[in-house]
Design a protein around this ligand. Structure first.
Ligand code: ARG
Length: 467
């Protein structure tokens, strides 16, 4: 039996009927639909709409449906169910008879789908934050293992200043921790319960909304039934947070691809996550990285689809909202699929520390440190910059590095140069002068590793508390 056929004289056009169904994709919300239905049934009993026996019958029926779905290896099938809500009603009535139709008393699918989606996103956030914590652990472990190894840092993709490899890896940890934070923030806002909002104006029976919210682990009921049944902000917020995560992953992937090219040779691609060429026998290609970069497009595409679907919708529920489900699922699946592979790739990758270190020693990356030497001797910064720039020009003509210049050559630029100048040019002292919070001086990076570990530990605790 349809959920709405009474007022219709004609059956649905068959092609339209098939096309408008959402069961093929919203059946993945089944477990949330069953849980939320159980809580609604409890509220119906408290409101005197269901007898104690009827409640027990309905709860048992719901449980059986859950068990059937959990034990079948294929997704549940039903050619007639319009959506997951219709499916549950049909299944329930098949199991317990007409009393199953009582479950829908005082509720609407509009509040049901809004509730199911909140539960789905909440679970997805918890899983993603758990995966993000693991990714952060791997990056931090690799940072720790890199010890005192140095590499060039780039601006404009030109050599800029030497940094510790650890410092570079910790930059990614910061991005991923922000992603985890954004998801937590989204979780806070979505964690309210639409049940009892009805179709648009609120339930027509005296249902205890606080009881239902509590039963589903929500912080409380939503404040306005019109908003609650039409709001998909949380879906968009979530997928936007995933877009940023995807963006970070794509930047990471792109950087690793560049650094693994023969031109850089800093990164040796792990064979277990690379493929060869069917034509060119010598090739080892960074497939995992390229797919990470490519799949990010799906997530951003989903976010775009969502914002366009929601734009201009009048209040309250509109069937357009059904179109928010697939982009949500697509973005979630994509992000959840990426993170464990990123973690494994990072465990397996090898860095060519010798090559990175050599690169860190040339290309005048100590020029700012050289200018700082003059600044520390009272030379105004702009003039010091100019004079070291001239020293670099001289080196370029002589095809040498700053430390190859003689004291006489240096003194012709500024008499403040002294014998100790050459010491300030070594990679170790260049690293050491970046001695500020968040800088690459080794002691600061050690602190950075400690701080990252602390943040990861509390992220893990939070995830654990929600499990
Ligand atoms: N399948 C629908 C959706 O995802 C459920 C809500 C249907 N509500 C309605 N008034 N037709 O949006």
């Amino acid at each position: 039996m349809k959920m709405w056929s009474g007022r219709f004289r004609q059956p649905l056009d068959l092609q339209f009927e098939r096309w408008q169904r959402s069961f093929d994709f919203d059946r993945r919300l089944l477990s949330y639909e069953l849980t939320a239905s159980g809580v609604h049934a409890g509220a119906l009993k408290n409101a005197g709409v269901l007898s104690a026996d009827e409640l027990i019958g309905i709860l048992e029926g719901l449980q059986q449906i859950g068990e059937m779905a959990a034990t079948s290896k294929d997704p549940v099938e039903d050619d007639e169910a319009e959506d997951v809500h219709h499916f549950v009603e049909k299944q329930l009535v098949a199991r317990i008879g007409d009393v199953g139709y009582k479950l829908h008393s005082g509720r609407s699918r509009n509040e049901q789908i809004a509730t199911d989606l909140r539960l789905y996103v909440r679970t997805a956030i918890d899983e993603l934050r758990k995966e993000l914590a693991e990714v952060c652990v791997v990056f931090t472990d690799r940072a720790e293992q890199a010890g005192s190894a140095a590499m060039p840092a780039y601006t404009h993709l030109q050599r800029a200043e030497p940094v510790l490899v650890a410092h570079w890896l910790l930059a990614y940890v910061e991005m991923f921790l922000r992603d985890a934070d954004r998801l937590a923030d989204c979780r806070k806002r979505l964690n309210v319960c639409p049940l009892g909002s009805g179709a648009v104006a609120g339930a027509t029976l005296p249902l205890d909304r606080a009881f239902m919210a509590d039963g589903l682990g929500f912080a409380g009921p939503t404040a306005n039934s019109i908003d609650a049944t039409s709001d998909r902000d949380f879906v968009l917020e979530f997928v936007n947070a995933l877009s940023l995560l995807g963006l970070h992953l794509s930047r990471w992937a792109e950087e690793m691809i560049i650094l693994s090219s023969q031109e850089f040779g800093f990164v040796q691609l792990p064979e277990a996550y690379s493929t060869g060429s069917s034509a060119m026998p010598q090739k080892k290609n960074p497939d995992l990285l390229e797919l990470v970069r490519g799949k990010t497009g799906r997530v951003i595409g989903s976010a775009t689809a969502l914002i366009v679907a929601l734009k201009g919708l009048p209040l309250a529920y509109n069937k357009d909202l059904q179109e928010t489900q697939e982009p949500l699922f697509e973005a979630t699946d994509t992000a959840l699929g990426l993170l464990p592979l990123v973690a494994e790739w990072m465990k397996a990758v090898e860095f060519d520390h010798q090559r990175m270190n050599e690169a860190a020693q040339s290309g005048f990356m100590n020029a700012w440190a050289a200018a700082t030497y003059l600044v520390n001797r009272g030379v105004p910064s702009r003039l010091a910059h100019e004079q070291i720039g001239k020293a670099v020009k001289l080196c370029l003509e002589k095809r040498c590095e700053l430390h190859d210049l003689t004291l006489d050559e240096l003194r012709s630029l500024n008499s403040a140069f002294n014998r100790d100048f050459h010491e300030c040019l070594t990679p170790a002292s260049v690293l050491a002068i970046h001695d500020v919070v968040g800088g690459t001086a080794p002691a600061r990076v050690r602190q950075g590793i400690g701080a990252a570990r602390k943040k990861i530990a509390s992220l893990r605790e939070e995830v654990h508390a929600h499990a």
